[in-house]
Design a protein. Structure first.
Ligand SMILES: [Zn+2]
Length: 150
């Protein structure tokens, strides 16, 4: 669809691509603030999950589940947030976001304004920053492996 951000572009760094969907890593500020933040994007332009037939809905949900399991294993987050919004980009995509107690908006949604009490990336301890650098390098390969057998 002309003018649609997710038809015109990938929507992030491609990690896994299949015929009907793709997993992208969210880059930029959001990706740096929330390690492991990914989106599952349906390749064809549809607005809602319920626009898909039953078989394709299952295909989409299985991709979400596989991604969530891989991210949980790689990053051991406090909680997983899985959300479909798309108010500004009405092309079927779900956000899959590992959450950590020291992320900028925990325990609020990632779309909340950072609270003064939450540590910013600038105030991470060296150990936290080191842990994040390690897991950040590792989780992409874990996600790729999780989809390697399907
Ligand atoms: Zn689109």
């Amino acid at each position: 669809m002309p003018g649609c951000e997710l038809c015109d572009g990938d929507g992030g760094e491609l990690i896994v691509v299949r015929e009907k969907w793709r997993v992208v890593r969210v880059s930029g500020t959001d990706g740096a603030a929330y390690p492991g933040y990914c989106r599952v994007v349906w390749n064809e332009h549809v607005r809602e999950l319920t626009d898909l037939n039953a078989a394709d809905r299952q295909v989409f949900m299985e991709a979400l589940f596989t991604l969530e399991i891989a991210l949980r294993g790689a990053l051991r987050p406090e909680k997983m947030n899985v959300a479909s919004l798309g108010n500004l980009t009405p092309h079927l995509h779900w956000h899959v976001i590992p959450r950590f107690r020291d992320d900028p908006t925990f325990p609020k949604p990632v779309w909340a304004i950072s609270t003064p009490s939450a540590p910013s990336l600038d105030t991470l301890t060296e150990k936290q920053a080191g842990d994040r650098a390690y897991t950040d390098a590792k989780w992409v390969s874990v996600v790729k492996r999780a989809f390697a057998t399907d």
